[in-house]
Ligand binder design. Structure first.
Ligand code: PHE
Length: 495
């Protein structure tokens, strides 16, 4: 702890209300900058709180200081007139007093201290008048201000005083006030875990605002850069970002609300990671939603015959690592159903699939997903929308192929022509969400929703010319990667 910090803490301890109202008054010899450094660090430990005060102080200009010492120009002129027994020749004023003579003459006239007699100046009053200008300036010099604001403004106009803004601080005791600084732990060490001392240790809170020692160095990961490009495309098309901060979902949201039957192979252990501890999720609070979803699967709801199997609650409450971000879209559409209106949502985040890792697959990857809700949308709207969306990424040549998703009908795979590979490559999957899903979530019958998804890794690999995904993520990524890929450097502008 610095000497100054200790001094501040002691002073706070002495003051009856625990507040230092103005640090400048309590510590007149310490610079504001030093006070600020001391209290900022004390505040981070919750030992004090503080707020800056801005105080206007008036100081004398050189001319003002001169007047304090030698009297005002008008007084000096009056003195000169008194000295000249025969009267003072107006022509001599400038010679004796220099440039100040003119001001002195004007003001002395105005005050009635001198008057004209032919080409001379003579006394206007017999008794020596009081030099108010000099008196006022003396007061400002000592106190930094003047009670009469008009006088002060007048002195300012005459360029005899100037305003300076001073920073000071009001400091008060914080919740952890003490006269000593506790040393807070910054690291959780093996020793602390072994001895159990971590239980009573106090840890320094994270400073999420720290910019790091060298704020200008480093590089964004290529995935982050491409992610940012996609985000900007979505924002430019009026989308809002969905909250995707939950990797763990219930089977209910990941599958059942999406009309994925409980026998679907995607729900098998070979495809989905199930959570061991805890195993089970709570049922949704909305009992009607639960019944809607169950009903849609079993059949006879929303004009559909359903899948006609006994729907098991136990499968819906299993916890899984989400296999797609469509679980989040589903939850957002459920929220939208409370106040249905046209909406555009997107997300770009991690999903998990129990897949064998190879050159192009990882067990976790990122999904880009967009969802558009509007009245009476058609498949033509979806195709037109896809063309617009991908053209903003510079991909114009699209083809669509019918495919199957449990939650969309019709569904389409999106292909684009890859010049380098000389073939059509699949770049995404899309479709119109089924009424069994949308009506179960509570959306009106004439509201249609289309959606599409693609991986973030694939376009990133294409952009950076990477053929093995392990060159992009994980411990095999070369340190030279950034060096060799100028596009990955932080200062390189996003396209
Ligand atoms: N969830 C799909 C996938 O995993 C993507 C998708 C989203 C398809 C929305 C249609 C509608 O590939």
């Amino acid at each position: 702890m610095s000497e100054l910090q200790l001094t501040i803490l002691r002073k706070l301890n002495e003051t009856p209300n625990g507040v230092i109202a103005d640090s400048r008054v309590s510590f007149p010899d310490v610079e504001a900058k030093q006070i600020q450094a001391a209290v900022t660090s004390l505040q981070s430990k919750n030992m004090v709180t503080f707020k800056p005060l801005e105080i206007d102080l008036w100081a004398l200009t050189e001319e003002g200081l001169d007047i304090v010492e030698h009297g005002s120009h008008e007084m000096r002129l009056y003195d000169e007139v008194c000295k000249a027994l025969e009267g003072l020749k107006i022509a001599d004023v400038a010679k004796i007093m220099g440039p100040a003579g003119k001001v002195g003459q004007q003001r002395a006239f105005k005050n009635g201290w001198v008057k004209k007699d032919g080409d001379k100046l003579v006394k206007g009053v017999d008794a020596q008048p009081a030099d108010k200008t000099a008196e006022d300036l003396k007061f400002v010099h000592a106190n930094g201000t003047l009670a009469d604001a008009k006088e002060l403004a007048d002195l300012k106009k005459r360029k005899l005083v100037t305003k300076t803004r001073l920073i000071s601080y009001e400091i008060a005791k914080g919740p952890e006030f003490a006269l000593e600084i506790k040393k807070l732990e910054t690291d959780l060490t093996i020793e602390m875990v072994q001895s159990g001392s971590w239980k009573s240790a106090e840890f320094k809170p994270y400073n999420f605002n720290a910019e790091g020692a060298v704020a200008s160095s480093g590089a964004l990961h290529p995935l982050n850069k491409v992610r940012e490009e996609f985000r900007q495309i979505f924002f430019s098309m009026g989308f809002t970002e969905m909250p995707t901060n939950m990797y763990v979902e219930s089977g209910f949201w990941n599958f059942d609300t999406l009309f994925v039957p409980q026998q679907h192979p995607a729900r098998d252990l070979q495809d989905t990671f199930y959570i061991k501890d805890p195993v089970e999720a709570d049922r949704p609070e909305d009992g009607q939603l639960w019944e809607n979803v169950k009903g849609a699967h079993e059949g006879g709801k929303y004009g559909s015959i359903g899948y006609r199997y006994p729907w098991a609650a136990a499968d819906a409450t299993k916890l899984v690592l989400r296999t797609h971000t469509t679980s989040v879209s589903s939850a957002m559409l459920y929220e939208l159903a409370k106040d249905p209106k046209p909406a555009r949502y997107f997300s770009i985040d991690k999903v998990f699939r129990n897949e064998a890792v190879d050159a192009t697959h990882l067990a976790e990857f990122h999904q880009i997903e967009g969802v558009v809700a509007d009245y009476n949308l058609t498949l033509g709207d979806l195709i037109g929308f896809m063309q617009e969306f991908f053209s903003r990424m510079g991909v114009t040549n699209l083809r669509f192929k019918p495919t199957y998703n449990p939650y969309t009908e019709p569904s389409m795979e999106i292909f684009s022509w890859h010049e380098g590979l000389g073939k059509w490559v699949e770049i995404g999957n899309s479709g119109m969400f089924r009424p069994e899903m949308l009506e179960g979530l509570g959306l009106p019958k004439d509201m249609r929703v289309h959606g599409w998804g693609l991986s973030l890794e694939r376009p990133t690999m294409i952009k950076y010319g990477i053929s093995n995904i392990r060159e992009l993520l994980g411990h095999k990524v070369s340190l030279d990667f950034i060096e060799n890929n100028p596009a990955a450097r932080l200062d390189e502008k996003l396209v």
